[in-house]
Design a protein around this ligand. Structure first.
Ligand code: ZN
Length: 1031
């Protein structure tokens, strides 16, 4: 998936379907070590034994559970239970399953068997009830302590919805059954907003088992039948355990290894009103009429809301989809349409080809809508872009970009995209930025549609999202992480490729600067104690924990680490290793170590280090290193420590990284060939350079994921060098110095005076990357002071900014500009100038806005300047109203989003409250935009307290729309709290979230928010005196 909130700135031949996960018998020892590899019982977990006569302590794995069931059954036999025709096992033509159906479902039960069966059932039920009603005894994990105090551990099964014991007690599914193919038939009703479905699951039995457990959420199962091999199918009872969204079918005798079974489930459900599962969406067409549609969003765990399934990424299978529709609609799914049948009801049923590839459930998708499309052939794939009919003209850029990138990836990865078609679909109401469903990528309209006349900066955003989702067709869809703890294998790669592919294929889009900004962002998040390793070894099981994996560490740190590795390996070796990885694991699932092994086989690193040894230090521990440089003549000592921002200075870790330290010096400093490399594995090491070297700059182009401190002398020589000749370092190296010194100031290693000393060089700076970094750092300091109501300092800070950058701001051109880099620069400069009220800027912006409205919008505003122009205009009541009108009427999505940001930037409290409540309700302002509205308002002085109140007041409604832990919730928490810097606010935030309990108190983003406020407090304490002197 692509997260949508940082945009300002988703086949194998059938004979290759063997999934490595299923090839080998799970080893009990391995299961103990890696509980995420296979769903298995932890050593300390036990299974409820429904007889008081015998309580077993259970060990690991599925087979143990079955032993227990076996034991249960053999006891029943001893009691005279004989409801199964055992002779069938001697008949080679019949499946052993005949004897396994529950008695009530036996195809021809004799009267005697029925009587005995009923007797046994009554007996067993009585024993279970007797146990249940033992005084003080409950079916908890702790078991019935009073009755069995001598038993160290007791098993526990939860109760199903109908009160019977549910036959499984893990949130992860058992590994005993493997789905092979799903046959899905869906009949959505876009009037009643409901749907019915039939799911036929073909599966094979991997280990003897008496149960089939799978996922289902909010589905009403109306009928279930089960068939083994060629036997007659029989109706079976489905048990449901809602808290874990599981259903199960139990059998009295084992399903045997190697058996092929078919489970058929008929069900009904409502189309979802949130943004996941099979959900309904609507939009108003050009006549103003409301048009409805239905679409899906399954990642990470919502396929179970549309059809019962084994909803874990490692349970890959093939899919055949059929959807019923009314004649005015079209349907889309992962595969090309195979045929359409007219049903007696007059409805049409579209059937899609069966997938030729094995895929995870979260990648299944289908849509019923009245969309239109444009298409093009690229190699053997038909690429199409779909939108609502009135936006067809906005689809061309996406088609061009997708076609170019599909060709690029086909060639680069040495594996062709495996499907015959690739659809990119713009969905009017869609929460994520986009979703990489195989063959049917879904997007927000703002992430896919752009007018031909739109600015290159608008196109950059579209290209970014398309490049990310196309990369997923290999990294994610073809090779999938085994479990969500390694989500970075999907998202880190897709993020890395989105920049890398565009830098190669569309150099004019200037993605290098964007990628640099992304690395800075990842460093910021990873410097907190609340961060997590890229590859998470701790528990990631609950839906909230899975949702929280979709964060900046997974995406952006993941991508940054891949860049570091790529630039460390000899030319071409990174690609060679990845091709090997994709080829070896195509169609299956991987863990992080599989990637490192593929790359290690490809090449050794300098200094005989293996990729695996180096990269484990980066992916298995959180945080990143600070490298401190001290120099005595030709001896340069490098020391590493964990760069951990901590308000109490109490948390120090002994983490060490294998750091590929790169450096350049004054004699050769800007060309790539100047770069030298040294691997720092220990706490300290010494590097020898010539005495004549005047200065050293480490982390060339900031491709390494670490921060460097040069010491007082080192910083001084670098500042001198920049003041003498700004071009002695590359723009990215200059940005790197600015970033590093601000970070060190936050860590308390340099004073703010040293920060300002470095920034003095920037009066001569004209390049986008360093200026963007300087302005964004200064603006976050400015906002903190502003929110603390340090008015004198705020005024002096403005004077400081005018002094250093005012001239550059005033010299910006307001006409059309072709260079993306220049567009980025001027939008950053002007947005800051106008938001701080620089007259020259506000006058120009207002004039452009008035020209636009007076000409009835025929005199366009350059796309990159729209945000600053609209936001400036929004500060006047009259212009705010005319913007509101423009917001309702415009069909250009990128323009619409900028208008919304402008509307949200108002300082009028009543307008702020109106926008927030309208955004939460949906309609005029779509609910999907609420996180953007909230983050825009939080930056403003008037909005930041109002918006925090709004979030507190409406928390329950907000989490109905955006699930706890999801990216929108992370964004909302961060933007509303990250500018607090007082004890009062700290306590308030702490109090609010701790009272939420299961409604959000456990989120990592809450920890992050609290840490950030404490760090802001600390920063203020340390730096306010300096600022008063130096500003
Ligand atoms: Zn993604």
């Amino acid at each position: 998936m692509e997260d949508p909130f940082d945009s300002e700135r988703a086949s194998l031949p059938r004979n290759m379907i063997e999934n490595s996960m299923f090839e080998e018998e799970p080893d009990v020892v391995d299961l103990a070590k890696d509980s995420t590899a296979f769903p298995a019982l932890e050593p300390d977990e036990v299974v409820y034994e429904p007889r008081s006569s015998r309580l077993l302590v259970r060990g690991l794995g599925e087979n143990d559970l079955d032993d227990e069931e076996e034991d249960y059954e053999s006891s029943a036999r001893l009691l005279g239970m004989s409801f199964i025709n055992r002779s069938s096992t001697h008949n080679p033509s019949s499946s052993p399953y005949n004897r396994q159906a529950p008695p009530r479902l036996c195809s021809c039960p004799s009267a005697r068997m029925l009587v005995v069966g009923v007797f046994i059932l009554v007996l067993v039920a009585s024993m279970a009830m007797a146990l249940y009603f033992l005084p003080g005894c409950t079916f908890t994990k702790a078991g019935c302590g009073k009755a069995n105090s001598s038993t160290p551990m007791e098993p526990s099964y939860p109760n199903s919805t109908n009160g019977e014991l549910f036959p499984w007690n893990e949130i992860r599914l058992p590994a005993s059954v493997r789905p092979v193919n799903y046959d899905l038939s869906l009949t959505p009703n876009l009037t009643s907003m409901t749907f019915t479905g039939r799911t036929v699951i073909n599966m094979t039995i991997l280990h003897d088992t008496k149960r089939i457990v799978l996922h289902s959420s909010e589905l009403i199962i109306t009928k279930a039948t089960f068939q083994v091999g060629e036997d007659k199918s029989v109706e079976v009872k489905v048990l449901e355990y809602k808290p874990w969204q599981q259903i199960a079918v139990s059998f009295l005798e084992d399903l045997k290894v190697g058996q092929v079974c078919v489970l058929t489930l008929d069900y009904a459900a409502n189309l979802s009103h949130t943004y996941d599962g099979f959900y309904n969406s609507s939009y108003n067409d050009k006549t103003g009429a409301k048009r409805v549609l239905a679409a899906t969003q399954f990642e990470p765990q919502a396929a179970r809301k549309a059809f019962p399934c084994f909803d874990e990424p490692a349970f890959k299978a093939t899919f055949l989809v059929r959807i019923t529709r009314e004649p005015g609609y079209i349907t889309l799914s992962n595969m090309p349409q195979a045929k359409t049948t007219t049903l007696p009801s007059g409805l049409l049923e579209d059937e899609f080809e069966q997938t030729g590839v094995n895929m995870s459930t979260y990648l299944v998708a289908f849509i019923v809508a009245n969309f239109t499309s444009i298409t093009r052939n690229v190699s053997n794939t038909l690429v199409s872009v779909y939108s609502v009919p009135e936006k067809k003209e906005h689809t061309h850029y996406a088609l061009d970009t997708a076609s170019t990138l599909l060709h690029f990836y086909n060639t680069f990865f040495h594996i062709d995209y495996p499907l015959r078609k690739l659809d990119l679909v713009a969905i009017p109401d869609f929460l994520a930025g986009a979703m990489e469903n195989w063959g049917l990528i879904t997007f927000r309209e703002t992430s896919l549609l752009v007018g031909n006349q739109s600015s290159p900066l608008d196109k950059q955003l579209i290209a970014n999202v398309v490049a990310h989702e196309l990369a997923h067709q290999w990294f994610g869809n073809l090779v999938t992480m085994r479990w969500w703890n390694d989500l970075w294998l999907n998202e880190g790669f897709a993020t890395y490729w989105q920049y890398t592919s565009l830098m190669t294929e569309f150099p004019q889009l200037d993605l290098g600067n964007v990628f640099l900004g992304v690395r800075f962002k990842a460093l910021a998040k990873d410097s907190l104690n609340s961060s997590h390793p890229v590859s998470v070894s701790s528990q990631v099981t609950t839906p909230e924990q899975v949702s929280e994996m979709f964060d900046s560490v997974t995406y952006e740190k993941g991508a940054s680490l891949l860049l570091m590795l790529k630039t460390t390996l000899p030319d071409g070796q990174f690609r060679k290793g990845l091709i090997k990885y994709l080829d070896k694991y195509r169609g299956s699932n991987t863990v992080t170590e599989d990637l490192w092994n593929s790359l290690t086989q490809a090449q050794m690193l300098p200094q005989q280090e293996s990729v695996s040894d180096m990269m484990r230090t980066w992916t298995l521990q959180n945080g990143f290193p600070l490298v401190t440089v001290s120099r005595k003549g030709g001896h340069v000592t490098l020391t590493q420590e964990h760069f951990l921002l901590s308000a109490d200075n109490a948390t120090h870790t002994s983490n060490l990284w294998h750091i590929p330290v790169t450096y350049v010096n004054d004699s050769c400093s800007s060309a790539p060939s100047c770069r030298q490399i040294f691997t720092l594995r220990n706490k300290t090491a010494t590097l020898n350079v010539s005495d004549s070297v005047k200065w050293l700059k480490f982390n060339y182009m900031n491709t390494g994921f670490y921060i460097v401190h040069y010491g007082d002398e080192g910083w001084a020589t670098l500042i001198d060098a920049l003041k003498t000749d700004i071009n002695t370092l590359t723009p990215h190296d200059r940005a790197s110095l600015i970033h590093n010194i601000f970070a060190l100031s936050r860590l308390g290693r340099v004073s703010f005076r040293q920060v300002l000393n470095l920034l003095d060089y920037a009066t001569n700076e004209t390049e986008t990357a360093p200026l963007t970094e300087a302005l964004s750092q200064l603006s976050s300091v400015y906002r903190l002071l502003d929110k603390r109501q340090e008015q004198r300092l705020v005024a002096r800070m403005k004077v400081y900014i005018w002094g250093h950058f005012g001239q550059l701001m005033d010299s910006q051109d307001w006409g059309e500009e072709e260079s993306v880099s220049k567009q980025e620069l001027r939008s950053v400069l002007l947005e800051m100038a106008c938001s701080l009220g620089r007259q020259n800027c506000t006058d120009q912006a207002t004039a452009l806005f008035d020209q636009w409205t007076n000409s009835n919008q025929t005199k366009p505003i350059p796309g990159d300047l729209q945000r600053v122009v609209f936001s400036t205009a929004a500060q006047s009541d009259l212009r705010w109203l005319s913007l509101m009108e423009a917001y309702s009427s415009t069909t250009y999505d990128s323009e619409k989003r900028k208008i919304l940001q402008a509307l949200a930037s108002t300082q009028d409290p009543q307008s702020i409250v109106w926008i927030l409540s309208t955004g939460l309700e949906g309609g005029i302002i779509q609910t999907q935009e609420l996180p953007l509205v909230i983050s825009t308002m939080s930056d403003g002085f008037a909005g930041h307290l109002l918006v925090w109140d709004f979030v507190k007041e409406n928390w329950d409604r907000i989490i109905e729309k955006f699930p706890v832990g999801s990216y929108p919730i992370q964004s909302i928490i961060k933007s509303t709290t990250s500018q607090f810097s007082t004890q009062t606010h700290l306590e308030e935030v702490q109090g609010f979230f701790s009272n939420l309990k299961e409604r959000g108190s456990q989120m990592r983003s809450v920890q992050e928010a609290l840490e950030t406020i404490r760090l802001n407090q600390l920063w203020m304490d340390r730096n306010l005196p300096t600022l008063r002197i130096w500003l």
